[in-house]
Structure formats: structure tokens, C-alpha cells
Design a protein around this ligand. Structure first.
Ligand SMILES: [Zn+2]
Length: 153
């Protein structure tokens, strides 16, 4: 659904937490502006970028590629701008690290990967189908979901 340029890694994580399929072009990889433009076009993604240079690219100029230009703002403001532009509602979260889909997983399958205190307090666990990280609703998640609620309210 989205492709974030290398400057927007923070936003990419938040879009994933909000449940939106988001590819993030990591800094340091050799994916250039042209390749990013082509990938977004090929995969039907909206290009999110802070770089005005993309406005000059042919697929953006002729309207084939949707683009949202995001200024340097706190990530919560950037997320708000995306939400307002595309009239979003939150969906089930995706993996903030890799964009994989999360599935609920029985505790028995991941018991050895959960700290004891968490195992006592939590009953619900999720696992990323792609990178196999395990998640639960702890204090980190409470902060994230609190901020998402503010943006989506
Ligand atoms: Zn993952």
C-alpha cells in the first residue's frame, strides 16, 4: 500500500503498527530514486517521501504514481497527514520491523521466548509470519496504541 523512502523509517513503523502494508527503503541500500519509483508503480504503492525531486519523475508527473510529499515533522504529525489524506481506519497491526503479517500463537509454542513476568501476566501472543518475532501487549505496545488512537480519533 505504501512505500516510504529512506528518510521515513519512523513513519514506516507506525504505518505497519496501524496495519498498513508498508515497504521501507532502508538507508545504505543501493536502491535509488528511479528504482523506488518503479517499485512503487509495479506494486501499486503510494510513495511517501520528503524529497521534492520525486515530483519530477515521469510516473508522478503523468499521474500514474500517487505520491504524498511529507515535510520534516514529528512522526506523529506525518502519520496524521497520511491518515487525513487517505481517510484511514486502523487495521490489525503488522510487524513493525519487517512488515510481515502477525498471527496469534498459542503460548505453548513460544513459551521459551517470553520472559517469565510476561508469561504470568499475558494470555495473548502474536508471531510475525515473516521474521518470527513474538509480540504481546506490554508497556511498549500501550504507548504505541495510545499514540495511534490519538491520531485516528
Ligand atoms: Zn517481522
Amino acid at each position: 500500500m505504501f512505500l516510504c523512502d529512506a528518510m521515513l523509517g519512523g513513519l514506516a513503523k507506525w504505518l505497519r503498527a496501524a496495519g498498513y502494508d508498508t515497504y521501507y527503503a532502508r538507508e545504505g541500500t543501493d536502491i535509488d530514486d528511479r528504482a523506488l519509483t518503479e517499485k512503487a508503480l509495479r506494486e501499486g504503492r503510494v510513495l511517501l517521501t520528503g524529497d521534492r525531486g520525486f515530483l519530477e519523475r515521469a510516473p508522478v508527473r503523468d499521474g500514474r504514481l500517487k505520491l504524498l510529499l511529507l515535510p520534516h515533522l514529528p512522526v506523529e504529525e506525518q502519520l496524521r497527514a497520511v491518515v487525513e489524506r487517505f481517510e484511514f481506519t486502523p487495521r490489525p497491526s503488522r510487524c513493525m520491523e519487517c512488515n510481515g503479517k502477525l498471527e496469534t500463537v498459542p503460548f505453548e509454542e513460544i513459551a521459551d521466548r517470553v520472559p517469565l513476568g510476561v508469561a504470568r501476566e499475558r494470555r495473548e501472543f502474536w508471531r510475525c509470519r515473516n521474521c518470527w518475532r513474538v509480540f504481546w501487549h506490554g508497556s511498549h505496545w500501550a504507548r504505541i496504541s495510545g499514540r495511534l488512537e490519538r491520531v485516528f480519533s
